[in-house]
Design a protein around this ligand. Sequence first.
Ligand code: PLP
Length: 417
Amino acid sequence: MALSAQQELERQYVMETYGRLPVQFVRGAGIQLFDVDGNQYLDFIAGIGSVSVGHCHPKVSEAIREQSEKLVQVSNFYYVEGRGELAEELSGLLNYGFDAAPDGVAQREVWKTFFANSGTEALECAIKLARRYGAQTLDGAGTIVCAKSSFHGRSFGALSATGQPSKQDVFAPLLPGFIHVELNDSAALQAALDVETEAGKVVAVLLEPIQGEGGVWPCSPEYLQAARALTAERGMLLMLDEVQTGFCRTGEVFAFQGYGVIPDVVCMAKGMASGMPIGAVAACGVAATSLQPGDHGSTFGGNPLALAAARATIQVLREMDAAKRAAYVGAYLQERLAELPGIVQLRGQGLMLAAQLEQPLAREVVMAALARGQKSGFGLVLNATSSDTLRFLPPLCCSTEDVATMMIGFGAVIQTL
Ligand SMILES: *Cc1c(COP(=O)(O)O)cnc(C)c1O
């Protein structure tokens, strides 16, 4: 169906919750996308960083195809192949990244996982886990300290944790028991730990190691280390939202591994199954057993199809040494972006980068880069997090040659604007 016809059909029958860009994709391979007219694009947003090993990676597609012919879903009342295996693998990745455990040591910590279908659902589970932990071990404490301009999802729990009034205000009243502090201000964080709300005292601090939707704002190492020390001293949980940063995106398997901290709870989703919907919460220590039978559940969470896609994705990430690769290619992308005029700041790590523009033209850049596809048959898929900030989240198969090719088109767009 032609783009214009598709647009008209959606206008009539699909709720308008997104401002969609005028392109209809029909096929993807690696870092490339193809639209309905056969034009080709280099994809520098990859879902939202979710298509981690590239579009339709043969090993992931094969795992999905094979599993879809074997067993797609039974409820969570039964054992299936793959759930325990994936949870064990996550426990190892959270402890050691891609490195093997030292000889004779099976596990540093045992991480236990709950499987959900999305990042938002992972956050919902983490919030419930924190409340249960507070009830069991911290005298009923239930307040969670979050950061301003954070993003944790759109359901009421996750939205209440989110630090963006523009996304929240029209849905008030939100869930009580969330306070928001300035990112990278350790004194403000420490002060917030003494605050009491109608949900009681503080039970947990919830942070993205690098804020994604907010425009790629990293926690400073001192800040995340302070958050760890302050919560540990008080028996509170440090919960990290690695939904966007996880699975090698930032040059580490999980971003916290570059900060020298070990959190109690980690939320993950986006890059976990290279585009298949899945989310997870992993917890270690006392937090790993806070949720009791009957406390939480999901019809589809951890179904065999999503598990198979996740396991194949992790295998491919391991084979391509994706964390090191993201660090290396990301450094090259930063270097090349730094050569361009009109960029006042580069932020981020690995293949999670943002370029802040001198002028509020980010949306115009995105449109012009896309339009090159229709005009010349070769376009760029870019992303703006605000009027002056472009975000780069290419698939982790992105090579330095892909970056160089992208920069030709991007440079031309920047010049004309
Ligand atoms: C995208 C995102 C979420 C929400 O994930 P969904 O899969 O869209 O529900 C939560 N936290 C962070 C940090 C995210 O980037």
